[in-house]
Structure formats: structure tokens, C-alpha cells
Design a binder for this molecule. Structure first.
Ligand SMILES: Cc1cc2nc3c(=O)[nH]c(=O)nc-3n(C[C@H](O)[C@H](O)[C@H](O)COP(=O)(O)O)c2cc1C
Length: 393
């Protein structure tokens, strides 16, 4: 059964974005009943929400059909998301006022299982009354997706703009699906292809799209981890809700990883680092007379990283019929906790084939799966490896 997440919509002009948030949440696999305030119903009709959820739309504390629903709606609910949250609903929640269905639900809910996404005019947001209300709610454990800076519906530019629907849906999922081991763990994922400069217009690189790394970053972020994506060139969109460090060359990748490794709990090396680099990059565009380029090996990034207690997962791509052979050799040579072997055919595609090889000798084969599915599997693999490393009470 899908996890239940309740979406409360209050009367902000940004209520027109609530159906987008609802759609994202249902796409993420949540069952989502919707509760509208009376003011929200003036901005957007319930039919829109009814078309997007199978769980019902509620707007009346007193309707016979909906009686007691402020308590029963919370049964089995992992999170109450209020998006958009008006200054008014925030004030009511902070003061314990329960004079309609949504405010009654908020009073009955565990504050730690509530997420507010405020949206209002800058004056309303900056007003000490609102700020005090927000701080009171935060002290009780409530969560917020901070509003952004931008053009507001009233015409001025300032703070108070509803965060992006993607960001809100991710923040909700992080709370509702927080992994007991991974929540707040610092996970570093590398993605994409590095580039080695030949001259100002040419590079040595490879065909990696960055999809595996970005899917991994998303999968860890969704389970509540603090994710840093160290990305070379990629051909897919960067995920939201993760810290991104952009690098170009293997040397830059090594420098960034060396700096963050001491504060990393797990590192997954999904990037395809160029193996060769010109001995010297030319300062001007090479001409026909310069037909040979002297190349050398790029640094072995995993081999050159300082010792650390982080869980280390390597990736290996080969063209040979037995594409797992080199991977097992690399596993021990590079002191990894596990390695993901792939055939070269998966580069650039949406589907993948992989064998996860562990130091114990255990192997897990995944055949013709979406990279997103392999990413979810690797999240569980890393969680188990981290749990094994944690001191037991
Ligand atoms: C056109 C219009 C736009 C509004 N936009 C906002 C808004 O973005 N944020 C907000 O806090 N209040 C806004 N309000 C005021 C709220 O609708 C009002 O405070 C209402 O009582 C909120 O009720 P609720 O919190 O029960 O939904 C707006 C009002 C109008 C008429």
C-alpha cells in the first residue's frame, strides 16, 4: 500500500501551484487526500484536486460525510504538507487555533510531522508576527520549505515566493520516507564525464551522460541523506535538493573529493573519469601540422584519495564479454566496499545492466533495469554497509 501524505492548501494566490505539487506527490507513489481552506477554494476549485487524487478532497469540518475527519484523516498519515501556507494558517497553527478542518488537523498532528511551504507578500513574511509564529512552530519541531526570493504576485520583487513544486515535493518525500540509517548521512556521488583539455576548443572525454550519478543523487536525497553531487559534464538535468560541485578534469575531481572526503559517510564513484590527458594543453587551437598529441594517464582518483572511514563504492565499465572480471580485481586493489560492474553498452542509456560485487564475494545481478531502479537498490546496499560500520550498542 502507498504511504499516505496529507496535502493542506490555504488561501494564497500561489494555490494554483498546489495541483502541480499534488501530481508530483502521487507520481512519487504517495496516496494524498487534500484539505482545502475556504479561502483556498476561492482561488482554485475542488474539481481540479478531485481529478488528481483518488483519496478525496475535504473542506468542511461540519459536513456529515466528513465528520471527525480531522482525526481520522491523520490515521496512518506520515506527513501533513501545507502548500501554500498563508500567514493566517501559520498564525493559527502557532496559536493552537482550530476553527476549520485544516487548522483542526494541524492542532491534532505531531508538529514534527508537519511541513509548511509559506507563500505570501514580502511585508507579510517579514512581519515580526509571522517570523515569531514560524519560529514558535520550528521550536516545536515543525518543518519549513523556506520561501524564495523573486517576483511576487503583488508586483514587487522580494522574499515570500512559494518554493518550486519540485523542491516542495522532495522536501515532503525526505521527511515521509526518511531512511533510519541514511537520514542526515553525508553522501557524495560523482557523475558524468570529465574533460581533458587538448587546446582551447578540444577535449579528450567519453560518452557518459551522467544519468547513473544523478539518479543516485536523487535516490539518496529522497531518503533524507545530505547529498553532494560532484559533476563533470552531463547530458541530463541536474537534480534539485542536492549540493552540486562542478568539475572539468580528473585533477579537479580529485581535488574536490580530497577536500570533502573527511566529512563524507559514503562515496559512490559513478563518474566516468577520462583515462588520458594531454601532457600539455596547447594555448591556441592546434593546426594540421600538429597531428600528434602526447598523452599520459590521468591520476587514479580512487587510488589517490586519502584514507578514510567512508563507505567506498566504485564503478567499472568494460567491453569484454566477461565485463565483471576487471571489476573484481579493482575491488580489492582499490580497497572498496563494493563495486558496480557494467557492460559498456549501458553508457548514455536509460536502462542498465549491472553486477554489484562485495568484498565478501557476494554478487547481485541486475539485468535490464532502469538506472533509477539500480540507484534505489544501491541506496539499500549503502545503508546496509553503513549500518555494519556503525558501532553497535
Ligand atoms: C487575491 C488575494 C491573494 C492573497 N494571497 C495571499 C498570499 O499569497 N499569502 C497569504 O498569506 N495570504 C494571502 N491572501 C490573504 C488570505 O487569503 C487571507 O488571509 C485568508 O484569510 C487566508 O485564509 P486561510 O489561511 O484559511 O486559507 C490573499 C488574499 C487575496 C484576496
Amino acid at each position: 500500500m502507498n504511504e499516505r501524505l496529507l496535502l493542506g492548501v490555504s488561501g494564497s494566490i500561489a494555490a494554483y501551484k498546489a495541483p502541480l505539487i499534488l501530481r508530483k506527490l502521487t507520481e512519487q507513489g504517495f496516496s494524498v487526500p487534500v484539505v482545502l481552506t475556504r479561502a483556498a477554494s476561492r482561488f482554485i476549485g475542488r474539481v481540479t484536486f478531485e481529478s488528481l487524487t483518488k483519496e478525496g478532497v475535504y473542506d468542511n469540518l461540519w459536513a456529515r460525510r466528513q465528520a471527525l475527519s480531522h482525526i481520522s484523516l491523520l490515521d496512518g498519515t506520515r506527513l501533513v504538507l501545507v502548500a501554500p501556507a498563508t500567514a493566517n494558517i501559520i498564525a493559527k497553527a502557532a496559536s493552537g487555533i482550530a476553527d476549520d478542518l485544516l487548522s483542526s488537523i494541524l492542532l491534532a498532528a505531531d508538529p514534527g510531522k508537519v511541513l509548511f511551504a509559506p507563500a505570501m507578500n514580502q511585508g507579510m513574511w517579514e512581519n515580526p508576527a509571522t517570523q515569531e509564529n514560524v519560529n514558535r512552530l520550528k521550536k516545536r519541531g515543525a518543518n519549513f520549505v523556506e520561501p524564495g526570493f523573486g517576483k511576487l504576485a503583488c508586483g514587487v520583487t522580494g522574499e515570500g515566493r512559494l518554493a518550486e513544486p519540485d523542491e516542495i515535493a522532495l522536501a515532503a518525500e525526505r521527511l515521509a520516507r526518511a531512511h533510519p540509517v541514511l537520514a542526515d548521512k553525508r553522501i557524495v556521488v560523482t557523475a558524468g564525464r570529465t574533460e581533458e583539455e587538448i587546446d582551447p576548443v578540444r577535449v579528450i572525454t567519453n560518452r557518459s551522460s551522467g544519468r547513473m550519478g544523478t539518479e543516485l543523487a536523487k535516490a539518496f536525497a529522497r531518503r533524507g541523506a545530505e547529498v553532494t553531487l560532484v559533476a563533470g559534464e552531463i547530458s541530463v538535468p541536474l537534480p534539485c535538493g542536492v549540493n552540486v560541485i562542478r568539475v572539468r578534469s580528473a585533477i579537479e575531481m580529485l581535488a574536490e573529493l580530497t577536500a570533502i572526503l573527511p566529512s563524507t559517510d559514503a562515496l559512490l564513484m559513478a563518474a566516468a573519469i577520462a583515462d588520458y590527458t594531454p601532457v600539455q594543453s596547447a594555448s591556441s587551437k592546434l593546426k594540421d601540422k600538429d597531428l600528434s598529441i602526447k598523452i599520459t594517464r590521468t591520476p587514479d582518483v580512487l587510488g589517490a584519495l586519502p584514507d578514510s572511514s567512508a563507505v567506498l563504492i566504485g564503478f567499472s565499465v568494460e567491453t569484454e564479454p566477461d565485463w565483471t572480471k576487471t571489476a573484481s580485481e579493482k575491488l580489492s586493489a582499490k580497497n572498496l566496499d563494493a563495486i558496480v560492474a557494467n557492460p559498456a553498452t549501458v553508457i548514455g542509456g536509460e536502462q542498465t545492466e549491472a553486477e554489484i560485487i562485495f568484498t565478501s564475494g557476494k554478487r547481485m545481478r541486475c539485468t535490464s533495469v532502469a538506472k533509477e531502479v539500480l540507484a534505489t537498490k544501491l541506496v539499500e546496499v549503502v545503508a546496509e554497509l553503513l549500518a555494519d560500520k556503525e558501532p553497535h550498542a
